[in-house]
Design a protein around this ligand. Structure first.
Ligand code: PEP
Ligand code: MN
Length: 349
């Protein structure tokens, strides 16, 4: 079964042939919109920045030849003017633009009084308010059909994702704006093709309203985002593999949604604990260098007291917090002691 709204097409429009061949492949799927980036926001200068205006007729051709609706990213008033003139069916605001209220306002002003659907990607940084603010700016100029696209967030730590999903942020967005459809972009979250299915499935389990998937007739030769693009055929397979739950399962749906939220939280706990233990190891090395003892009792008691106080304010039971922090402390000591004993082994060798 297909998701409610399906948007697919290449990261960038590269050549007329690439655009048309990809679109032709997609005609076999229940596609709602064909996407292709014409102006590409690149993190570093000197990279391919999109074909620009010259690609507009290629998307018009997709519309005429295959009867597909087309959309692209707009980042300036002049982009908006160009695509409105060309009769595009939808536009989206990219993650880097959403992070900048001046840019969003410029786009909003250019869209004022026009009846065109607009999708707003989450900002690159994990900030719900910026995302909401961008949507509000578009709403304020009279756009009625607005959707939100979840494409993940930049985090400094390395994770398996290109852009960390931080699922809680779109869940919170949905809570604030229950009537705005939420689309998942597993391509930019995953950054690699083999991650797409799991991300899309998770989005489905969280009752998203659709998917935007980067699709290229031959991803290996794509000019941008080659690792995350899939062929139209692979997209068909992905859609087939998605488990979409039936209406009769509504009660269970809610549990699945909550379990999914728990899994996200557990993943966060694991990441934070692992980072914390990494710091313990660094402290161990430092103490070893300074020839200091591992256990510094005063310091530990003081930090336990403060943590228990904070935990109690956060409504955690005293017994649970006490056990949890003692366990974390024990493990921290074990890791520090290991650094010391590794040193002894080295000396013994
Ligand atoms: C894109 O969709 O190709 C794109 C540039 O996305 P984002 O703004 O999410 O990085
Ligand atoms: Mn891309």
């Amino acid at each position: 079964m297909s998701p409610n709204t399906l948007i697919a097409g290449p990261c960038s429009a590269e050549t007329r042939e690439q655009v048309l061949e990809t679109a032709e492949g997609l005609t076999k799927l229940p596609l709602d919109y064909f996407r292709a980036g014409i102006w590409k926001p690149r993190t570093r200068p000197g990279e391919f920045e999109g074909i620009g205006n010259d690609a507009i007729p290629w998307l018009q051709e997709v519309k005429e030849k295959y009867g597909l609706k087309v959309c692209t990213e707009v980042a300036k008033a002049e982009h908006v003017e160009a695509v409105l003139k060309a009769g595009f069916d939808m536009v989206w605001i990219g993650a880097r633009s959403t992070a900048n209220p001046f840019t969003v306002q410029e786009i909003a002003d250019a869209l004022a009084g026009v009846d065109i659907p607009v999708m707003v990607k989450n900002p690159t940084n994990p900030d719900l308010k910026l995302w909401l603010g961008a949507i509000e700016r578009i709403e304020k100029v009279g756009i009625k059909n607005i959707s939100a696209i979840h494409r993940g967030f930049s985090v400094y730590e390395k994770t398996k994702y290109r852009n960390n999903p931080n699922w809680q942020i779109p869940i919170d967005l949905k809570q604030e704006l229950p009537n705005i459809p939420l689309i998942c972009d597993p391509s930019h979250i995953g950054g690699r093709d083999f991650l797409l299915l799991d991300i899309a499935q998770k989005a489905f389990d969280l009752k998203y309203d659709g998917l935007m998937v980067e699709t290229h007739f031959n991803p290996s030769i794509a000019w941008t985002d080659a690792k995350q693009q899939i062929t139209p055929f692979q997209l068909g397979e992905l859609l087939q593999s998605l488990k979409v739950r039936g209406r009769e399962e509504i009660a269970a749906d809610e549990i699945i949604e909550m379990r999914s939220q728990l899994t996200t939280k557990d993943e966060e706990i694991i990441r934070i604990l692992s980072e914390r233990m990494g710091i313990s190891e660094k402290i161990g090395n430092f103490k070893k260098e300074k020839n200091a003892v591992i256990l510094q009792n005063n310091q530990w008691e003081e930090s336990l007291r403060k943590n228990l106080e904070k935990a109690s304010k956060a409504q955690l039971s005293p017994q649970f917090s006490n056990q949890l922090f003692r366990l974390i402390h024990q493990e921290s000591i074990r890791i520090q002691a290991k650094t010391f004993s590794e040193d002894k082994n080295e000396q013994a060798n």
